[in-house]
Design a protein around this ligand. Structure first.
Ligand code: 13P
Length: 251
């Protein structure tokens, strides 16, 4: 089964609007026409979405948000809904990133409500899962990731084009990448879990990104694994040349 690789730059809480526009232009210039074989996008902060969207409109990068709320509107000070993101030009939203789970108390139940709402509104989802170092050392990586996948997708009838990102927490921003074998093992487990829930055809079509210290130097090896279908890139996505090199490795 040949799945189309998907690479997204998660810019996290970095860059002003002007800096985001600048980086988006630089990314387009660096990757040129070199990404027809895969899907590539960027996830700026909420305030930079519209302006960054205008820059990438002419190219074929997709625009993603880093989070959303689970209601469309209402008295939720400081929050942004999936409906608003769609109207701002987003086609994807990242949900359940470990930083959201760790620093903002997002549980599987909250993540699930967000995934449901985003899909309902027609926004595609990158659902993030991944174990902490303690969980890996405790030998419960499989249990944690399976629980997060099942929890995140609870009650969802069909996953359509939803993407899952496996991001081991101990590899995020630490410079420690999971070996391609370690990543492959968890990716295969995620695919088996999705097969259990939605059947083998849906599981075969599901794209599973790896995230956690992906760099130009390790991207090709990771993306060569049978169940790794691209990457969710943090730090390296803030440098246009590095991001472009990773995109080339995926395409
Ligand atoms: P780094 O690439 O900086 O490790 O971050 C990965 C990540 O969290 C992407 O969502």
């Amino acid at each position: 089964m040949k799945r189309r690789n998907i690479v997204a730059g998660n810019w996290k809480m970095n860059l002003t609007v002007a800096e985001s526009k600048e980086l988006a232009s630089a990314v387009l210039a660096e990757i040129g026409e070199g990404f027809s074989g895969c899907e590539v996008g960027v996830a700026p902060t909420f305030v930079a979405l519209s302006e960054t969207g205008k820059v990438i409109e002419s190219g074929s990068l997709f625009l993603a948000a880093q989070n959303c709320h689970f209601e469309n509107d209402g008295a939720y000070t400081g929050e942004i809904s999936a409906r608003m993101l769609l109207a701002a030009g987003c086609s994807y939203v990242i949900i359940g990133h470990s930083e959201r789970r760790q620093f903002f108390g997002e549980t599987d139940v909250i993540v699930n409500r967000k995934v449901r709402k985003a899909l309902q509104e027609g926004l595609n989802v990158i659902l993030c899962v991944g174990e902490t170092l303690e969980e890996r050392e405790g030998g419960i990586t499989g249990d944690v990731v399976t629980r997060q996948v099942k929890g995140g997708l609870d009650g969802i009838a069909g996953i359509g084009e939803l993407v899952i990102a496996y991001e081991p927490v101990w590899a995020i921003g630490t410079g420690k990448t999971a070996t391609s074998e370690q990543a492959q093992e968890v990716h295969a487990l995620i695919r088996r879990t999705v097969a259990e829930l939605y059947g083998t055809e849906a599981a075969d079509c599901l794209r599973i990104q790896y995230g956690g210290s992906v760099k130009p130097s390790n991207a090709a090896e990771l993306f060569a694994m049978p169940d790794i279908d691209g990457g969710l890139i943090g730090g390296a996505s803030l440098n246009a040349a590095d991001f472009a090199a990773i995109v080339r490795a995926a395409c």
